[in-house]
Design a protein around this ligand. Sequence first.
Ligand code: FAD
Length: 417
Amino acid sequence: MTSKQLNPDVVVIGSGVSGLSTAKSLKDIGYSVIVLEAASHIGGRCVTDNSIFDIPFDLGGSWLHSADINPLARIAEQKNFKLHKKNWSNTWVHSNGVNLTSEQIREYIQYIEKMWQNINNIDASKKDLSVEKLLPKSKWKGIAKNQISQMLAADPEVSSALDVFHFTNSKGDWLVENGLGAFIKHLFNDIEVVTDCPATKIDYSSNGVRVETPEGIINSKYAVLTVSTGVLANEKIKFFPELPIRKKEAINNLPIGLLNKIGFEFDLSWQEAHQGQTADYLVGERDFCSIEFGFYDSNIAVGFVGGRFAEELEIDGLGSATNFCCDALKAIFGNKIVKFINKTTETAWKSNTNSYGSYSYALPGGFEAREILAETLNDRLFFAGEATMSNSQATVHGAFLSGIKVAEKILAIDTAN
Ligand SMILES: Cc1cc2nc3c(=O)[nH]c(=O)nc-3n(C[C@H](O)[C@H](O)[C@H](O)COP(=O)(O)OP(=O)(O)OC[C@H]3O[C@@H](n4cnc5c(N)ncnc54)[C@H](O)[C@@H]3O)c2cc1C
C-alpha cells in the first residue's frame, strides 16, 4: 500500500459487487476510497474463469435475475453487451429410476409455479414460517421442493418464508455473453483494489475507523464492511468494540447457504440438448441436481446442487458433485454420453474461506435480520453486501444496489455532521 492510500475518507472491505459499487458511488461524489480485498481477484462471488473451458465460465453469479427491474441489465443493454434472454424450462425429469413423460413434466412445472405462488401470497402480518410449511400437498412435492434448495441455497425446512416473500421478483433471467463476472470487472475497471490484503481488525471505538491488515494500518473517517455473513459468522475479522449482540444475532439469523456449480464441456458433435433446456434428476428424497444446457448457445452445460446435499458432496471431496451429475446425464441420455464429455469442473464455495458459502438465506423468524445487518454502528462503520438487502438478497444486483445505498447513507451522515 502506498502512503497516499493510508488515510482515505472511506475504506471499503471487500471487492465483490457491493464493495465495487460502494467505491464507485463514493468516488463519483468526490470521496477518496481504498478498497481492501482478501483474495487475489476482484468480484468476490461474481467471478468469471477463462482458464477452464474455451468459453468463459462463471464460478458464482451468472444470471441477471429479474431482468425487467435489474439495474445491471439496463447497464448491460446500454453498453451493448450481448445478452442471452431465452427462458429455461424442464425438458427432462428423471426421478428415482424413471424418466417422466411430457404430461408428467407439465404437471411438475405447474406444481413448481404453484409452490412459488403459495409463498408469494402469504399473509405477511402472520408468524414467519419455514418455506416447507407452505408447500402444497401433491405427489410432486417430494421432487419439486428440491428446486428450493437450489434457488435459496438452503433446504425449505430451514428457510424463512417471509424472506422469500419480501424478495422482489420480476420477469427475465438473462446471461451476459463472456460471463457476468467479466461484465462486472469491465464495469468497475476504474476502481483500484488492494488485493491479497485482508482486513483483520476494525476499531470503530473513537473518531474515525482504524483498519488493521497484514500490510499495515489504515485510518479513515468511515469504513464499509461488505463481506459475506459466512465471513462474519466465522469471526475472520475482529472488532473493537465487539459487535453488539443485536448485530451478532442478525448474522446468526442469516447463515450463508450453498449452491455449487458443475461445468461440462461437450464435444461439438453432441447435439441432443440446447440453450433453454433443463434436466432435473432425483435419487431418494433429496439427492438432486439440475443441469442447464447450451450456456451462451455453446457446448457448455452447468449442473447445480444446493443446500444440505451440496454440503455433503463438497465434504465427500472434489469430483463427487461431478459424478452425481454424470449419473444424471447417463440416466437421461444413456451411458454413451460419457464419450462426449471433454472436460468438467466443479466449485466448492463452502471451502472458500473468503465467503464460506454461496449466498445468505434467513432462518424462519429471522427475515428482519437483513435490516439489522444493514444498520450503521457509531455513525462510522457501515454494512453493505447482498445479505443486507431485504428485497434483492442473494443476488448480484442486490449487492450492486447495496453499494449505492450505503454510499447515500455516508453522504447523509457526512452532510449532517
Ligand atoms: C454458485 C453461485 C451462483 C450464483 N448465481 C447467481 C446468479 O445467477 N445471479 C445472481 O444475481 N446472483 C447469484 N449468486 C449470488 C451472487 O453472486 C452474490 O449475491 C453476490 O456476488 C455477492 O456480492 P457481495 O459483494 O455481497 O459479496 P462478495 O462477492 O462475497 O464480496 C465480498 C468480498 O470480500 C472479500 N473478503 C472476505 N473477507 C475479507 C477480509 N477480511 N478483508 C477484505 N476482503 C475480504 C471476499 O473475498 C469478497 O471478494 C450466486 C452465487 C454463487 C456462489
